[in-house]
Design a protein around this ligand. Structure first.
Ligand code: AMP
Ligand code: GLY
Length: 444
C-alpha cells in the first residue's frame, strides 16, 4: 500500500502527530463530488489516512482507492474495522437511503465510526417525495401545492391534473436516478406519464406519485451541515442541469455550477434562514430525526418568495466542486464537530471569490455514450482545479469511464473571469467526443 502520508508537508505531519484527532477517513463514492471531498479532506491536518471506495483516477491522487461498492455495507464495515477507520463520509444518496448510517450504529464492530450522513429516516427527505412534501407541509416550509396518489388511483390522479393549470409536475415518490420528475405541458401527456409511472416505468419508485403545481422562477441550491440540533451554513450555488446551451434539452446530473449566487442578497438570505432553514431544522428536531450530515435544499425563487423544490440528504454534484474550493475552514474539523456537540461553535470561513465549474462530458450523454477514451493534456491545464468524475487509470493513461468526465473549477474575483479560465482549460483538455456547455452562468 502506498504511503500517501508522505504527500503531506512536514509541518502538517508534525501538527497531525500532536493532534488527538489523527484520523483515518473513508469516503464512499466515485464522482466529481467525491474528488472534491477527497481534496478538501487530504488538505486537512486532522486527516492521517484517506481511502475512497470505489473512487476514480482523481481520488487516487488524494488517497487510496478501495474496490468496494457503495452499497456493499458488509464489505464497507469489514474494511472500516480492519483499517481502523474513524470517519465514514457518504457521498451519494443511495447508501444513505438504504440505511448505511443505521447499519453502522447497529453493528458493534463499527458503531464507533463517525458516519457523516443521516440515518434512513433522515434520508427519506430525499428518498421519498411524499415524505418530504408531508414534512414541509407539517413544518410550514414553503413548497408548491400538491397531492399524492397511489398506483390504484389513476382516475383520481387524472382528475387532480385536470384541475391544475398547465404545465403540471409529476414526481415518482422514490429514487429514480434523477429521472423521476416529469414536467408535462398537456393533460394528455400527463395522463400517459401517470399510466407509465403507475405501470412500473421507475419500478417501485413510481408506486406513489406526487403531482404538484409548476413554479416559474429561478433555481438555486442551499447547503447546511447539521448534527440534528444545530447547523452551519455552507455557501449557496447554482447548477445547470440541462445538456444544451440556454438550459435546453435533456436533464443531466449537472453541467456546471457557480458559487456564490449573485442574486442571493441580504433579503433572500434572510428569507432562506427564517422561512426555509429554521422550519426545516425545527422539523428535524421535532421528529427526532438523527441527522448528522449535509442537507441540500433545492430552491425556486419566484418573485420575492422562496419555495423548496426538493431536499437531498447529501452534497450536490457539481455544486460541491464549486463550494469546497471556496472553503477556508478545515472540512474535517467541521465534520468532526457533528459528533462532539461543538458544531454550534464552528465558524465557516469562505473565500469571497467566485468559483466557476464547467463539466466535460462524453459525447451522447445523458443518453448512450462511449467510455474508454484517452484523456489528453490534463497536465497542460493550469490555473484551475481539475476534479475527476468519470475517469479511470489504465497503464499510465487516464481514460473516460462515465458520462460526466471532469469538473473544471476556477476561482476568480469575477464570475466572467472564472468562466473564461475554466473555458480555456475545457478547450485544452481533450478526448474523443468531448462536449461542454459554454454558457454556464448565462442567466446570472
Ligand atoms: P428534482 O428531481 O426534484 O430536483 O426535480 C428536477 C427538476 O425539476 C428541478 O431541478 C426543477 O428544475 C424541476 N422542478 C421540480 N419541481 C418543480 C416545480 N414544482 N415547478 C417547476 N419546476 C420544478
Ligand atoms: N446537482 C444536483 C444534484 O446533485 O442532485
Amino acid at each position: 500500500m502506498r504511503d500517501f502520508t508522505m504527500a503531506k508537508s512536514v509541518a502538517q505531519r508534525i501538527f497531525a502527530a500532536h493532534n488527538r484527532h489523527d484520523m483515518k477517513i473513508l469516503i464512499l463514492g466515485s464522482g466529481g463530488r467525491e474528488h472534491a471531498f477527497a481534496r478538501a479532506i487530504q488538505q486537512s491536518a486532522l486527516c492521517d489516512e484517506l481511502y475512497i471506495a470505489p473512487g476514480n483516477a482523481g481520488t487516487e491522487l488524494e488517497g487510496t482507492n478501495v474496490d468496494i461498492s457503495v452499497v456493499d455495507f458488509e464489505s464497507i464495515a469489514g474494511f472500516c474495522s480492519d483499517y481502523e477507520i474513524d470517519m465514514l463520509v457518504v457521498g451519494p444518496e443511495v447508501p444513505l437511503v438504504e440505511g448505511i448510517a443505521d447499519y453502522f450504529m447497529e453493528n458493534d464492530a463499527v458503531s464507533h465510526v463517525k458516519v457523516v450522513g443521516p440515518t434512513q429516516q433522515g434520508a427519506m427527505l430525499e428518498g421519498s417525495k411524499s415524505f418530504a412534501k408531508a414534512f414541509m407541509q407539517k413544518y410550514g416550509v414553503p413548497t408548491a401545492a400538491y397531492r399524492e396518489f397511489g398506483k390504484d388511483e389513476l382516475e383520481e390522479a387524472v382528475g387532480y391534473v385536470d384541475g391544475l393549470p398547465l404545465p403540471v409536475v409529476l414526481k415518482a415518490d422514490g429514487l429514480a436516478a434523477g429521472k423521476g420528475v416529469v414536467i408535462c405541458s398537456s393533460r394528455t401527456e400527463a395522463k400517459a406519464e401517470l399510466e407509465a409511472m403507475f405501470s412500473g416505468k421507475f419500478g417501485e419508485a413510481g408506486d406513489k406519485v406526487v403531482i404538484e403545481e409548476f413554479l416559474e422562477g429561478i433555481e438555486f441550491s442551499a447547503f447546511i451541515l447539521t448534527d440534528g440540533e444545530t447547523y452551519v451554513m455552507l455557501p449557496q450555488a447554482k447548477d445547470y442541469k440541462r445538456i444544451g446551451e440556454g438550459d435546453t434539452g435533456l436533464n443531466t446530473g449537472g453541467m456546471g455550477a457557480i458559487s456564490p449566487v449573485p442574486f442571493v442578497n441580504a433579503s433572500v438570505m434572510d428569507k432562506l434562514v427564517k422561512e426555509v432553514i429554521e422550519p426545516t431544522m425545527n422539523g428535524i428536531r421535532q421528529e427526532g430525526i438523527d441527522y448528522k450530515g449535509f442537507l441540500f435544499i433545492g430552491l425556486m425563487r419566484v418573485g420575492e418568495q422562496l419555495y423548496v423544490i426538493e431536499y437531498n440528504c447529501r452534497m450536490g454534484d457539481p455544486e460541491t466542486e464549486a463550494i469546497f474550493p471556496r472553503l477556508d475552514t478545515d472540512l474535517v474539523r467541521l465534520m468532526n464537530s457533528l459528533f462532539d456537540g461543538t458544531l454550534g461553535q464552528q465558524e465557516v470561513e469562505m473565500d469571497p471569490r467566485f468559483a466557476t465549474t464547467v463539466i466535460l462530458v462524453s459525447g451522447g450523454y445523458p443518453e448512450k455514450y462511449e467510455k474508454g477514451k484517452t484523456i489528453r493534456n490534463l497536465g497542460k491545464a493550469t490555473g484551475s482545479i481539475i476534479f475527476h468524475a468519470g475517469t479511470k487509470e489504465s497503464m499510465g493513461d487516464v481514460l473516460t469511464a462515465g458520462g460526466r468526465v471532469l469538473a473544471i473549477t476556477s476561482l476568480a474575483d469575477t464570475m466572467q473571469e472564472g468562466l473564461r479560465q475554466s473555458m480555456r482549460n475545457a478547450e485544452i483538455i481533450d478526448f474523443e467526443g468531448k462536449y461542454y456547455r459554454t454558457d454556464i452562468g448565462f442567466d446570472l
